[in-house]
Ligand binder design. Structure first.
Ligand code: PMT
Length: 396
């Protein structure tokens, strides 16, 4: 967790900053807030102060009679500065190194890491001057979060590029920005979610996988600098930013998508709950309802992970084992048979973990016999532990 200075400049999106401040604090970040004069035309100092849990740094408070200079103090305090919303003017001034306002002076006084959340009219964002300033800031090591495409605030502008990212996404981006890039260069293929095996156009066999475990692996790897390709079965989760995503439905479609990307990948994490069987016959028309019993003949689906294991060629392969009983011996058998480096054993019948929950309880088994029994933790933390092991095998 970090000491975050949120710098607010004058745009309509400033009204979202109190929510952003609350989210940052809820994640355990320490926050302070700096507001430009124009920002305070959109949001009051009191709402910012309450959400930040402390005073707002303003132009008026810059130099104190006791000799304290706020720009120096803030630059030394902050581990990261997030300018949100960032106006076209704020970007330009920072790119030029101007320091006749509190934000400019704080940035020049040595603020260590800086991220910008631009918010402006589309034409202003796309103007060559603004683009040049954005490039200049990137060259200085600053991060740009957005802008997003969507409805713009000015009357009659409709939709366009220039909308500030929503506070939830800004927090995710900031966390990613602060994460050490220890998987830089890794090309990781991840699968997530269930598959659907259709009987007819409206009926299918599936399972309760929500995709959370696999998405957590994809997001954690992205934050740690990996290039990530996610093959997802049907889920209600939005595509994670910064990850290439392909959506599939059946096990056969998932197999095709994974095999297509396999030559590119250096490591694979199979978190998908792939259906082991599919109906032998699929009706093109919706089957009418009837009173008589019906028997559905099922045929086995290919085991995707086993196929990957057969053509491993130096890749790191990670599987999951979903078990009901003790499961340890079965997980070990899957590890061997599928030629894996690591398998994450989890359970179907334990309350609050496994399918669809936010947490998981996992035992990691490595091919060299090492075992890590992880306590119950959030899926994102489980993902990081799996990736720590992937890193070790990848670097070996
Ligand atoms: O999506 P969530 O709601 O977050 O839930 C996460 C999860 C419980 C689905 C996940 O943690 C998990 O355990 N995924 C694997 C479930 C599973 O299919 O386990 P299995 O023991 O049947 O399969 C072993 C491994 O072989 C798995 O990596 C699986 O992806 C793979 N497999 C299985 C069958 C098949 N036909 N092809 C495969 O590649």
């Amino acid at each position: 967790m970090a000491r975050v200075l949120v710098a607010v400049t004058g745009g309509v999106a400033a009204i979202k900053v109190p929510h952003l401040l609350r989210l940052l604090r809820a994640q355990g970040h320490e926050v302070r807030v700096l507001a430009s004069r124009r920002a305070l035309e959109f949001v009051t100092p009191l709402s910012l102060a309450v959400a930040a849990g402390g005073e707002v740094a303003t132009e008026e408070a810059w130099f104190r009679p006791d000799g304290r200079a706020l720009h120096i103090e803030l630059a030394r305090w902050a581990e990261v500065v997030l300018v949100a919303p960032a106006t076209v003017d704020a970007l330009a001034r920072a790119a030029l190194g101007l320091a006749d306002d509190l934000l400019g002076a704080t940035l020049l006084a040595g603020a260590p890491r800086v991220a910008w959340a631009p918010a402006m009219n589309e034409a202003m964002w796309l103007a060559p001057q603004t683009q040049a300033h954005a490039e200049r800031l990137k060259a200085l090591g600053h991060a740009l979060f957005g802008p997003a495409y969507g409805p713009l605030a000015a009357l009659g502008e409709g939709e366009g590029w220039g909308r500030m990212l929503e506070p939830e996404e800004l927090v995710e981006r900031l966390n990613a920005f602060l994460t050490p890039k220890d998987l830089e260069g890794l090309r990781l293929l991840v699968s997530a979610g269930p598959t659907r095996e259709y009987l007819d156009p409206v009926r299918f066999l599936s399972n309760p996988s929500s995709g959370r475990m696999g998405y957590a692996v994809a997001e954690a790897a992205r934050d740690r600098g990996a290039q990530v390709f996610l093959v997802s079965g049907p889920t209600a989760l939005p595509d994670p930013w910064g990850v290439e995503v392909v959506r599939v439905e059946s096990a056969l479609e998932m197999r095709r998508a994974i095999l297509d990307r396999y030559p590119w990948a250096e490591a694979v994490v199979m978190a998908a709950a792939v259906a082991d069987y599919r109906p032998a016959e699929v009706s093109r028309e919706k089957e009418p309802k009837g009173e008589a019993e019906k028997v559905v003949r099922l045929v086995p689906n290919p085991d995707i992970l086993q196929e990957l294991g057969e053509r491993k060629e130096g890749r790191v392969l990670v599987g999951f084992a979903m078990e009901t009983g003790e499961g340890l011996e079965r997980a070990k058998e899957k590890l061997r048979r599928k030629n894996l480096d690591l398998i994450a054993l989890n359970w179907v019948n334990r309350e609050g973990v496994g399918f669809a929950s936010l947490e998981n309880e996992v035992v990691l088994l490595a091919r060299d016999g090492r075992v890590w029994e992880l306590p119950r933790m959030r899926k994102r933390q489980v993902a990081d532990r799996i990736l720590d092991a992937v890193k070790e095998f990848w670097k070996a």
